[in-house]
Design a protein around this ligand. Sequence first.
Ligand SMILES: Cc1cc2nc3c(=O)[nH]c(=O)nc-3n(C[C@H](O)[C@H](O)[C@H](O)COP(=O)(O)O)c2cc1C
Length: 356
Amino acid sequence: MTDTRSLFAPARLGDVEIQNRIAMAPMTRNRSPGAVPNDLNALYYGQRGTAGLVITEGTTPDAGGRGYIDIPGLYNAAQVAGWRRVTDAVHAKGGRIFVQLMHTGRISHPDFLDGGSPVAPSAVAAAGAIVTRDGQKPHPVPRALAAEEIPVVIATYGRAARLAIEAGFDGVEIHGANGYLPSQFLSTNANLRTDDWGGSVENRARFLLGAVDAAAKAIGAGRVGLRVSPGSTFNDVADTDPEATLTHIATALRGQGLAYLHLVGGAYTYDAAGIARRLFDGPLMLNGGYDRARAEADIAAGRADIISFGSSFLANPDLPERLRTGAALNTPDTATFYGGDARGYTDYPVLVAAAA
Ligand SMILES: Cc1cc2nc3c(=O)[nH]c(=O)nc-3n(C[C@H](O)[C@H](O)[C@H](O)COP(=O)(O)O)c2cc1C
């Protein structure tokens, strides 16, 4: 990290140099039919390559972790080739790009798994429904992973990390947030296991920390980031003591040289950002409803090293330039967030250059 505490100053995240402290937050866009990234996806990400760091949408590290319509994967050669076009487009703008590895666990449906059951720590269905090609369907009761299967699933994060480097990514972000598989393991309502993978916070965090470790062993810790949201109830997870969970995770990751820890934005019932800052010794990324003033204040105060922007980056391909100049922002069109074509994806206008 440089000492220059400005949103627009370069910085270092583990092994990766970034041109500014503005990140594009991971956002699922459901526009990769066949789970293979395509030229439209490359155009979209390339348009946003003036970010210091682009984090891709949640991407399946293994066929068993599929969920949602037309989300991309990273477990076969066609996907590596597709992602290569994306990473080249971002690098051409000077940006760095990490792929977010998202195993959906119980937030899936047999429709996405060739009729198979989603897997999870325990056979507990999430409340609510998932959008399938045939409309909304209730979340099914998942199949509880057998203890001997768990290391096999963890190993898929290492394999996907190696494929990420092959595809030209600068690193990977493990999705440990928002009620997907690692977050299901962390939770006290989705994880009812009584073996080494459930019960105490050490046991509930074993899957997540194992996934981070698998990726770090594969490509080096300095190219691995982690996203968490302890206390968030998104996708029907619960945690009776989220502060203890974050304390354990941040402490366990000390001294490992990770690229960053990324906290999902939101209303926590405890000082999540402060705990992460105090206990984790690497770069900290904060997120959630940031505008320029708040982002600059948090960087200047040393509360964060980098800020990720979600919907505002979705709607403003040139967000760093707009923040730098104080220009007005385009408004995100929520109707085109999840699926569709170029509309609401690659057609948001950029600032018109001032006449020479
Ligand atoms: C369309 C959309 C898709 C999202 N998909 C993901 C995702 O795949 N993975 C993830 O960790 N968060 C996802 N999020 C959450 C964002 O990364 C971010 O935390 C959230 O938008 C809050 O940041 P913001 O206030 O800057 O938009 C998504 C958000 C949006 C708006």
